[in-house]
Design a protein around this ligand. Structure first.
Ligand code: OAD
Length: 250
């Protein structure tokens, strides 16, 4: 199917769907200037995310891990939502049973005005006490850019704070997991901008399929999930989503 037909096919599905769920990944923020994780451009000082985004890495070298997050926070603070975020935000307001699950921690979906974002991997703008000291809240927003000191310290116990994101080897928040699985029960489940290699997020599309959803992948590259979905649209999210939306509005 060529691109135009794929876009029309997705619009037709969405038009008649009672419920729609979108799962986004780093590729959706690429056009905003946020680097993706994988691929040579995603690397920071030659470290792969799996080497930095773990409790072990933090325990061993909190300064190194915070330098990476501080670099990402400084970069993201300058980024604005792109056309893909804007369309998904419009759908969250237009369709009563629309759900957005994002693996992105950048906050750009929220900035675009998306309602009830399910933050599968947390937020880079939140922090928590590494020691979980009794005086501190479970997590709190901290948008200082840059931090005056790295690694930054807990205002309650003077120990370290850590980013409010899910690291490799850590469990997804049970409430977030429940909301995500519930959202996988839908008529159209589309993923956009994810390499589909990080589980359990990558498994949600299979969950959706097994619950009868029509599944769609939007990504300029093929992923391990490409062969398993009903429709693969091999193009950029910030081009595909506005094109689908103009058909929906026509
Ligand atoms: P990746 O960096 O693994 O993958 C980004 C995907 O976006 C790739 O498949 C690209 O081909 C695709 N892509 C690039 N530009 C695009 C565009 N304009 N439109 C659509 N797609 C585009 O990012 P994620 O799959 O999100 O985890 O990574 C998953 C998780 O791994 C992240 O949430 C993060 C990371 O470690 C945590 O922070 C826990």
């Amino acid at each position: 199917m060529n691109l135009e037909h794929s876009i029309a096919a997705l619009a037709t599905r969405i038009r008649s769907a009672a419920s729609i769920t979108a799962l986004t990944g780093a590729g959706v923020s690429a056009a905003s200037g946020v680097p993706t994780f994988r691929g040579s451009k995603g690397l920071w000082r030659n470290y792969a995310p799996e080497q930095l985004a773990t409790p072990e890495a933090f325990r061993e070298d909190p300064r190194l891990v915070w330098e990476w997050y501080n670099w990402r926070r400084e970069l993201i603070a300058k980024c604005r939502p792109n056309a893909a975020h804007t369309v998904l935000a419009a759908w969250s307001r237009r369709y009563p049973r629309f759900h957005l699950i994002t693996q992105n921690v950048d906050g750009l979906h929220e900035l675009a005005g998306t309602q009830d974002v399910v933050r599968f991997h947390g937020s880079i703008w939140e922090v928590l006490c590494w020691e979980r000291c009794p005086g501190s809240p479970e997590r709190w927003r901290d948008d200082r850019v840059p931090f005056e000191e790295i690694p930054p310290h807990c205002p309650h116990c003077s120990g370290l704070i850590r980013p409010g994101v899910v690291w490799f080897g850590e469990a997804i928040d049970p409430e977030v997991w429940t909301r995500s699985v519930e959202a996988a029960s839908c008529e159209v489940f589309l993923t956009a901008g994810t390499s589909a290699v990080v589980y359990p997020a990558a498994g949600l599309i299979h969950e959706a399929r097994s619950r009868g959803a029509f599944t769609v992948e939007i990504n300029p590259d093929l992923t391990p999930n490409s062969g398993a979905v009903d429709l693969t649209i091999q193009a950029r999210a910030e081009e595909v989503l506005p094109a689908v939306d103009s058909l929906l509005l026509s």
